[in-house]
Design a protein around this ligand. Structure first.
Ligand code: DGJ
Length: 728
């Protein structure tokens, strides 16, 4: 619900449990007045009252700088007296930086318009409405439209900004973030994810001190060490209690998430495309659209915030028809064979997969070019290797289909190998700074997707193979960061646009692929989980979460990922034991149960499994099938964190109606002489009765007194505990 109160110069946005209020100060400045628990229907003018506020410029022109540096502006700018972190920085044609925005008009639009060229949340007119507020800088002749969409079924308000050059001279956008938000003074913690390859998405919580605290990426992708979102929690907030704001960026490239505690203790929070390695040349008449950010607030802890994002992402961000559908259980040959495979070897794995009840074989890296037997060549040569597939890839897919299996295929379209026919033919199609040899990473360079010919060729190569082969699934990988930001296809004033243009091109390429093949199941990936974000989820309902399948490590990675992203979006596979990266030995069923908390599959050589392990696969697949619907539709609860307590991990998924739930409980490390352990379940019906491991429990006892967990005496013992309502 959006209400514009012109009399009091207020705009209020209401979701089911939250209210967000904007106010016009001094008749012309758009400021932020409130974001938090839902307010009553009364007059909100009291929100304007702030005894500490600097006097408005019309009352005291000599103190305008004091006003500009302290007022809670809704979209902060720079250069004329606001010294806090800006959302918008503009350089005029004469090389000067200064921008001041004045309110013009506001309107409400039913539904939610698309953001041109960018992924964004969606909903129909019964689910969402949109506020557009027009601001203007009369000196620059720059129009800024702030966009807010308010969902009626989930506590999310989206924000973005559209900048149009209405003048006669070009301007340079040096920074154009999705939003800034000024919050009252308080003690806050910033919660983000950090990590590295195979150790992605570790939760980090830091107290916000004076000055700035940030997370971000200038790698061209979010990276293994960052994720484009942050939470801002009141100091005492925990999983089940306290206030916390969430900010999630629907974008897959460089980003800046920054929180600044000002001299007055108030907070300015900003999120958007990282201003480093970004400029945008805005010619007269041109418009720049900033990516969308998803804002949410919870007064009942971090758990509620996570569940809100899970709902928003499943209902209003993932477009794929698979979002609430059964996804095929797959076997991927990467960790089974690496590059050492041919059709014969894959068909043997396929036969074993079929026998075990697995539904799809994914052919990973190594299937293309003349010599892709290591990671040192052929990226760009997207035709099957003739030695590995003597009859071609379409014939191989046909064989899989005849066996009753679906067929998946790996691509890495954004990179080009030095040793490739494509590079020989088009050496200019790689990013390159004049006079410098571009930096190799995994022996590959970045395709210059600012060049329309390069984009069209790479898109065409994928489309052609999908058309000819009738592939059912694509794993779209990206194994290196962007460096050498120089393009032979762009004029000097547009070289600063390369990183953003790359992201826009990836979106266009995936859009094109899905427009022609709407039934194709797309799984994004970037050397594991280095581009696991809300932008990519608009195109693919699942993303490969990490190259680490060791269950003890995976539990931590999954916990971090689930802070924002639903369980059903995480690609999770059963790997080998001992596991390559960690050498850790683990039980086959434990590995399978941990992978069931995600989009389930196998990534080991099925033909080399012991008979005993192999015989367990049909039951594992059947168990996952029973859990899958709950994972796709239910509510997620963190019950115990191994990361925090050092020995036990427990995660619960409960049906929205509370009639059913399951818990994945993993005793990662055995403790001698353990204390009794109770799992305090959530999301059940207090007055209902449930069967749990053969015994009957009332719902309130499971939630308030906890479920007593029987101890086991070995490490990495995993249990899936099902909780089902029984007749009274
Ligand atoms: C990185 C991915 O995360 C792996 O799963 C695999 O596809 C390799 N790339 C292949 O190069």
């Amino acid at each position: 619900m959006i209400a514009i109160d012109r009399e009091h110069q207020l705009i209020r946005l209401d979701t089911p449990h939250t209210t967000y209020v904007l106010g016009l100060l001094d008749g012309k400045y758009l400021t932020h007045l409130y974001y938090g628990a839902k307010l009553g229907a009364g007059d909100l003018s009291a929100l304007f009252f702030d005894p500490d506020a600097a006097p408005v410029p019309s009352a005291c022109p000599r103190e305008k700088a004091g006003f500009l540096d302290a007022a809670p502006f809704e979209y902060g700018t720079s250069g004329i007296g606001d010294f806090r972190e800006p959302a918008l920085v503009v350089r005029s044609a004469d090389g000067q930086e200064g921008c001041e925005l004045f309110y013009q008009s506001a309107r409400v639009i039913p539904g939610k318009p698309k953001l041109v060229g960018l992924p964004a949340s969606f909903g129909d007119q019964s689910e969402v409405s949109t506020l557009e507020v027009d601001l203007v800088d009369p000196v620059l002749d720059l129009a800024v439209t702030l966009q807010y969409s308010v969902f009626d079924d989930v506590d999310v308000i989206t924000r973005s900004a559209r900048i149009t050059n209405q003048g006669k001279a070009p301007v340079e956008l040096l920074r154009c973030l999705s939003f800034s938000l000024d919050l009252p003074a308080g003690d806050y913690d910033m919660i983000t994810l950090q990590g590295a390859w195979a150790r992605e998405h570790e939760i980090e919580r830091r107290p916000v001190g004076f000055g700035g605290m940030e997370a971000g990426s200038i790698r061209g992708i979010p990276g293994h060490d960052a994720n484009p979102f942050f939470f801002l929690a009141d100091r005492g907030t925990n999983e089940r209690q306290g206030s916390v704001c969430g900010f999630v960026l629907v974008y897959s490239g460089n980003f800046l998430a920054k929180v600044q505690r000002t001299q007055f203790g108030s907070i300015r929070a900003v999120l958007g495309i990282h201003p480093a390695r970004f400029t945008w040349h805005l010619a007269p008449g041109e418009t720049f659209q900033a990516p969308e950010a998803l804002l949410s607030w919870s007064g009942t802890g971090i758990g509620t915030l996570s569940r809100t994002y899970h709902d928003l992402i499943r209902r209003h961000l993932i477009r794929s028809k698979y979002v609430f559908e059964k996804r095929p259980v797959l076997v991927n040959n990467w960790e089974a064979t690496y590059f050492d495979f041919d059709e014969e070897k894959l068909l043997a794995i396929a036969a074993a997969a079929k026998k075990a009840g697995i539904e799809m074989l994914v052919t990973d890296d190594g299937w293309f070019g003349t010599h892709r037997d290591t990671d040192s060549g052929c990226l760009g040569d997207w035709l099957a290797n003739q030695k590995k597939f003597p009859e071609g890839f379409p014939a191989f897919v046909e064989k899989l289909h005849k066996m009753g299996l679906l067929a998946g295929l790996w691509f890495e379209p954004e990179s080009i190998s030095k040793a490739s026919e494509l590079y020989e033919k088009y050496p200019d199609w790689c990013l390159k700074i004049s006079g410098r040899t571009p930096t190799l990473c995994r022996d590959q360079w970045i395709a210059d997707l600012s060049n329309p010919a390069c984009e069209a060729y790479l898109t065409g190569a994928i489309l052609d193979l999908v058309r000819r082969s009738k592939i059912d699934y694509i794993k779209w990988d990206m194994n290196r960061p962007l460096a050498d930001l120089g393009s032979a296809a762009l004029p000097p004033e547009r070289q600063g646009e390369i990183a953003h243009r790359h992201v826009l091109a990836v979106y266009r390429m995936q859009e094109r692929l899905l427009a022609e093949f709407p039934d194709l199941l797309l799984e994004n990936c970037a050397g594991g989980g280095s581009r696991f974000d809300a932008g990519m989820l608009y195109y693919s309902p699942q993303i490969w979460c990490s190259d680490d399948m060791d269950p003890a490590e995976r539990l931590k990675i999954q916990e971090g990922t689930e802070l924002v992203y639903p369980v059903s979006t995480m690609g999770a596979h059963v790997g080998a034991s001992p596991y390559g990266i960690t050498s850790r030995v683990s039980d086959f069923d434990t590995r399978a149960k941990c992978a069931m908390m995600g989009t389930f599959g196998y990534e080991l050589d099925l033909t080399k499994l012991s008979e005993e392990d192999f015989s367990k696969i049909p039951a594992q697949v059947a168990t996952y099938r029973k859990l899958q619907e709950l994972e796709e539709t239910g509510d997620y609860y963190r019950i115990a964190s191994y990361r925090e307590n050092g020995w036990l991990d427990a995660v619960e998924i409960a049906a929205k109606d509370g009639k059913e739930a399951f818990v994945l409980a993993v005793q990662v490390l055995t403790q001698p002489n353990e204390k009794s352990t109770r799992l305090y379940l959530q999301g059940l019906r207090p007055n209902a009765r449930y069967e749990v491991e053969g015994r009957i429990f009332p719902g309130d006892i499971l939630m308030q007194a906890g479920y007593p967990l029987a101890h086991k005496i070995h490490d990495l013992d995993a249990r899936i505990i099902r909780i089902r309502e029984v007749e009274a």
